[in-house]
Design a protein around this ligand. Structure first.
Ligand SMILES: Cc1cc2nc3c(=O)[nH]c(=O)nc-3n(C[C@H](O)[C@H](O)[C@H](O)COP(=O)(O)OP(=O)(O)OC[C@H]3O[C@@H](n4cnc5c(N)ncnc54)[C@H](O)[C@@H]3O)c2cc1C
Length: 209
């Protein structure tokens, strides 16, 4: 592989902002960039968006940003609405004995008004399988480019921007992307963060996650 820091050949692809990862962080970043007219390219390692629900409680502040993006009604039509979010219940199994429950998410009568007074919108329950396609599709509609099966390998930063080396996982071919900025939204095991030696605090992701 050619070292991109010493290569004189121009990058195969250019963009103002390269976003690595199509989870909630990366999909949101590329959506905001595209909406505000910035050239952005999203790359993601796999040939699909999330196929598991994972992050799902979408709070009022997040809903306000999606309202700004014009996506509030669309997400509300696909997600479980606030009034159905109810309690957090502790059971011995999904169909087992109930040990106890906690009124959650402000849906109980004691807290309901507090939540309503806080915001023009409500929280809802939208798993990543719903949110990611919505965000990425809207970003594409607004001019962002998206490359699936494209894996971040490394990057080199200079005074003008960043040269990132990626691998096309279908062909195995490696190539470079030149950008003014690089956003590492590649999850809890972020290679971008590791390459920057960014410090992490706390226990980190649990085994198997
Ligand atoms: C099993 C499981 C259950 C969970 N349950 C919940 C839950 O119930 N509620 C909740 O709130 N949260 C839950 N989470 C946590 C939640 O999924 C994360 O907080 C959230 O996904 C983080 O979003 P993110 O965009 O930072 O990263 P991620 O969603 O992890 O997205 C990372 C993205 O980067 C891409 N990527 C990774 N490496 C590379 C690379 N080298 N090159 C290119 N792309 C790359 C991935 O393909 C992916 O698109 C769960 C997580 C797991 C694993």
């Amino acid at each position: 592989m050619t070292d991109p820091s010493t290569s004189t050949s121009p990058a195969a692809v250019t963009t103002d902002v390269l976003v690595v990862g199509s989870g909630p962080a990366g999909a949101s970043a590329v959506l905001f960039l595209a909406t505000y007219g910035t050239s952005a390219l999203l790359i993601t390692k796999y040939g699909r968006l999330s196929d598991t629900p994972r992050a799902h409680i979408t709070n009022q502040r997040t809903m306000e940003t999606l309202r700004d993006m014009g996506l509030e009604d669309r997400l509300m039509s696909e997600a479980t609405p606030w009034e159905y979010m109810g309690n957090t219940t502790f059971c011995t199994s999904l169909a087992g004995e109930e040990l106890g429950r906690i009124p959650s998410w402000g849906t109980d009568t004691v807290r309901h008004a507090d939540y309503e007074l806080q915001s023009p919108t409500t929280m809802l329950d939208a798993p990543q399988t719903i949110t990611e396609p919505l965000l990425v599709q809207a970003a594409q509609d607004r001019g962002a480019r998206v490359r699936f099966d494209t894996e971040y390998l490394s990057h080199v930063q200079d005074d003008e921007g960043v040269t990132t080396t990626v691998r096309d996982r279908l062909s195995g071919a490696e190539y470079t992307i030149r950008s003014k900025y690089l956003i590492g939204a590649d999850g809890a095991h972020s290679m971008v963060a590791a390459d920057l030696d960014l410090p992490f605090e706390g226990p980190g992701p649990s085994p198997g996650r």
